[in-house]
Design a protein around this ligand. Structure first.
Ligand code: LLP
Length: 472
């Protein structure tokens, strides 16, 4: 069978730059300043801080936190909101949310330290995760955090051992795996029986009863988290919460006390034009299944709050053109100047090579994720687009952010912004290819501040040692 011909036309179902900006109220385009976050032109940040740089909108963090809060309140679901710190562990981001009343969902000692440094009261911290170490449990209990979500019988044993050794009693919720399909990317679905998370719902009653008889463990409730970037409506949530409600009733019939239900996170956002469910729909699903149980409710959203609030600001190193197999120049949109600028009469593939790479924003390489890529310059924002592959400088083909994406011709030094990079962006960065971690900036109205300095080349090397037999 012949291989399919390479596509050399931009996907015309992609939203336009104007459509992408219109859906993100903290971004606007100005004739002189170009793409602007709140009241700060992104070009000004690039000039002051360099690139690549993560830029977050404080106003958007607050607005989205309160949108979620409001949706829960409107549905009469007085749930505690615990921000999933893994989505964005920047201290200033977590502090911004803490000041609005957010608690924290954490998965490591590092995240707990960060939540505490951001001013979150330990009683509003929930510790999730399938593999907490004894040291982490000890650290969490020494800070008297609000809840530990246990994910296995083995872990309940570990919590008991640490708590009794410390002479404390841990408030523990049992995370159950409801075996529902959240219909999201396979790598981020967590509520199916084959996933590593939680205990089977059939095993939960016996385990919960065992918790009640375990020294150092106070069973306070049950928890669930079925996956992330859930965009297929709320039916999977509703199914999971219905199973949880049945479990709560069954536990109570056994005479066991269930005070809390932790409903997890996972609410998706439209990166491209996915029909993501609203917070009101999620609140309705919680209310419908769990509203009348007289339990304290909790949610653990990450992405929904901070994803749209951030961009990754990067600049073009160069554009290169390679001969295309198809021998066709591809369909340029709206009379693009590609042919004349590239100087290639025959077919060519245009690569836009950025100073950001997969080590910065991993999501496209890891999940084939689509992120809006928008020029920052005012002229480029309105210039005709033609297809290109947007890539980073890292030495593997997986370092591709987008293929056949419509972008204007870009000069070396032109700035572009990746949209919706506020969640699982900086937090998943690495120093692969010995590339320093990018800087992070918080914008608030007409102010901006560097909230994490760019890693220096010296810091990259710090900590490396030569054994004495190699030195000299
Ligand atoms: N609670 C627990 C127990 C979780 O494991 C997670 C995310 C959350 C809450 C928050 O989920 P969110 O509301 O942000 O969807 N790196 C992936 C996402 C991994 C999510 C892991 N767990 C990505 O870039 O799409």
């Amino acid at each position: 069978m012949a291989a399919p011909a390479p596509q050399l036309v931009p996907d015309d179902s992609d939203p336009t730059f104007a459509e992408l900006i219109a859906g993100r109220p903290h971004l606007s385009v100005h004739a002189h300043d170009g793409l602007t976050m709140e009241e700060v032109p992104l070009a000004r940040i690039a000039a002051a801080v360099g690139t690549p740089t993560w830029v977050y909108s404080a106003g958007t963090l607050r607005r989205r936190f309160h949108a979620l809060r409001g949706a829960l309140d409107d549905a009469r679901v007085p749930a505690e909101l615990h921000f999933a710190v893994k989505a964005n562990p920047n201290l200033a981001v977590v502090r911004t949310l803490a000041k609005e009343g957010a608690g924290a969902d954490i998965v490591s000692e590092g995240e707990l330290r960060l939540a505490l440094a951001a001013g979150i009261d330990p009683s509003h911290v929930v510790f999730s995760g399938v593999g907490k170490t004894l040291g982490e449990l000890r650290f969490a209990l020494s800070h008297r955090i609000g809840q530990i979500n246990a994910e296995s019988a083995e872990e309940i044993g570990m919590i008991s051992a640490v708590a009794t050794e410390m002479g404390v009693v841990a408030d523990v919720a049992l995370r159950v795996n409801p075996d529902v399909d959240a219909r999201t990317h396979a790598k981020i679905t967590t509520g199916k029986s084959e996933n590593k998370f939680g205990v089977a719902i059939a095993d939960a009653p016996a385990l919960y009863a065992r918790m009640a008889a375990t020294p150092g463990v106070n069973p306070v409730g049950i928890a669930v988290h079925i996956g992330s970037q859930i965009t297929s409506g709320v039916s999977a949530y509703a199914a999971a919460y219905a199973a949880l409600a049945d479990l709560v009733r069954a536990l109570r019939e056994q005479g066991l006390s269930v005070e809390r239900v932790d409903c997890g996170g996972g609410l998706g956002i439209p990166y491209r034009h996915e029909p993501a469910p609203s917070p009101a729909a999620l609140a309705g699903a919680i209310r419908g299944a769990l509203g009348n149980l007289g339990v304290k409710l909790m949610v653990e959203p990450g992405r929904w709050i901070c994803g749209p609030a951030g961009v990754l600001l990067t600049q073009v190193i160069l554009q290169k053109h390679t001969p295309s197999l198809s021998g066709s120049a591809g369909g340029s949109l709206s009379g693009s100047a590609e042919g004349s600028l590239s100087g290639s009469a025959g077919g060519s593939r245009r690569f836009v090579i950025l100073d950001a790479a997969m080590n910065d924003l991993l999501r496209p390489a890891m999940y084939d994720a689509w992120h809006g890529i928008v020029p920052v310059g005012p002229r480029e924002f309105v210039s005709p687009v033609s297809p290109c592959d947007v890539v980073g400088p890292v030495c593997e083909t997986g370092d591709t952010f987008a293929r056949n994406r419509g972008l204007p011709m870009l000069e070396p030094g032109s700035l572009v912004a990746f949209l919706d990079a506020g969640a699982y962006g900086a937090s998943m960065s690495s120093t692969y290819n010995a590339r320093p971690l990018a800087a992070e900036v918080l914008v608030d109205g007409d102010r901006f501040a560097v909230v994490r300095a760019r890693q220096t080349q010296e810091a990259l090397l710090a900590g490396q040692r030569l054994p004495e037999w190699l030195a000299g």
